[in-house]
Design a protein around this ligand. Structure first.
Ligand SMILES: [Zn+2]
Length: 263
C-alpha cells in the first residue's frame, strides 16, 4: 500500500542488511521503493541490478548526480548517467537540484548539472527528483526559465520543507510535493499546517532513508518501513484513514514513476 518515493538503498547503512530492510518494509505494507541515485556509481549499481517480481518489494531505480556530489565525480560521469537513462531501466532522473547549505560543488556547476538533468528528462519524457536546500529563490528562477524556454518537466520536489508560496509555485509548475519524516518533527508545525491543505492528488510520501528518520525513530537510521509514520501523520492531518492516505499517495507516485502499471 505504501510507495517510498525516495530511498538511498545503496547507502552502506542500508545495503549492509538489505534483505531485512526490505522485509521490514513489506511487513508494514510498503510495496514499492524508488531507489534514488546520488552519483554515477550508485546510478550504475541501481540500473544494472536484477530485480525480480519475487522480491518482497518492487524497486524502481533512478539515474542522476546529486548537486553535492557533482564536483567530485570522475570525468565521464554524466555520460554514464545519460547512457543508463537511455538504457531504459531508470524510471526517473535524479536526485538533482540546488544546495546552498553545503559548499561541496560550486553553485554554477550545480546549476549546469541540474539543467542537464532537466534537458534529458524532457527528451526522454522521464520525471525528475529535485533536491532544494536553502536555494528556493534560485530554484524558482531556474525552473520558471526552463519551463518558459524549453517546456515543462514532470517531477517531485523531494522532502519538501519550504514555505507556502514555494509549494504553490511547485504546484503551478506541475510538480508533486514529496513529504518526508520532517513532517513528524516537533518543530515542523508550519509544514503540517501547509500539508493539511495541499491538493491530495499532488502529494507523495518518502523516507530519504537512511536520513531524516521520522518521530518516533528520529535520530536513528531511517529505513523504508518508517514511511508509515509519516503516512500516519499525514492521515491525521487529512482526517482520513491511514489506508486511504496510503492509497492516494501511492496512486500519485505510480502516476509519476510507473504509469504503465496503472493500466
Ligand atoms: Zn535524497
Amino acid at each position: 500500500m505504501f510507495f517510498d518515493t525516495h530511498c538511498h538503498l545503496e547507502d552502506p547503512q542500508l545495503a549492509a542488511d538489505r534483505p531485512t530492510v526490505l522485509q521490514q518494509a513489506q511487513s508494514v505494507g510498503v510495496e514499492r521503493i524508488l531507489a534514488v541515485a546520488l552519483d554515477s556509481a550508485s546510478s550504475q549499481i541501481l540500473c544494472t541490478q536484477k530485480y525480480s517480481n519475487g522480491d518482497p518489494v518492487r524497486i524502481y531505480p533512478t539515474a542522476g548526480i546529486h548537486p553535492n556530489h557533482a564536483a567530485k565525480e570522475p570525468e565521464g560521469a554524466w555520460a554514464l548517467v545519460e547512457n543508463l537513462a537511455r538504457g531504459g531501466k531508470a524510471v526517473a532522473l535524479g536526485e538533482t537540484g540546488l544546495d546552498r547549505h553545503w559548499h561541496d560543488t560550486p553553485f554554477a556547476q550545480q546549476q549546469a548539472f541540474f539543467i542537464r538533468h532537466l534537458t534529458l528528462a524532457r527528451e526522454l519524457d522521464l520525471p525528475v527528483v529535485i533536491h532544494c536546500r536553502e536555494a528556493t529563490e534560485d530554484m524558482i528562477v531556474l525552473l520558471r526559465r526552463f519551463w518558459e524556454e524549453t517546456g515543462p518537466v514532470r517531477g517531485v520536489m523531494h522532502s519538501f520543507s519550504g514555505e507556502e508560496s514555494f509549494a504553490q509555485t511547485c504546484l503551478e509548475l506541475g510538480l508533486l510535493i514529496g513529504l518526508s519524516g520532517v513532517l513528524t518533527f516537533k518543530n515542523a508545525q508550519p509544514l503540517r499546517d501547509l500539508a493539511k491543505h495541499l491538493p491530495r492528488d499532488r502529494v507523495v510520501l518518502e523516507t530519504d532513508a537512511p536520513y531524516l528518520a521520522p518521530v518516533p525513530k528520529r535520530g536513528k537510521r531511517n529505513e523504508p518501513a518508517f514511511v508509515s509514520f509519516t503516512g500516519m501523520t499525514l492521515a491525521e492531518l487529512w482526517g482520513q484513514s491511514i489506508e486511504e492516505t496510503a492509497r492516494q499517495t501511492t496512486q500519485n507516485a505510480c502516476k509519476l514513476f510507473c504509469p504503465k502499471e496503472m493500466g
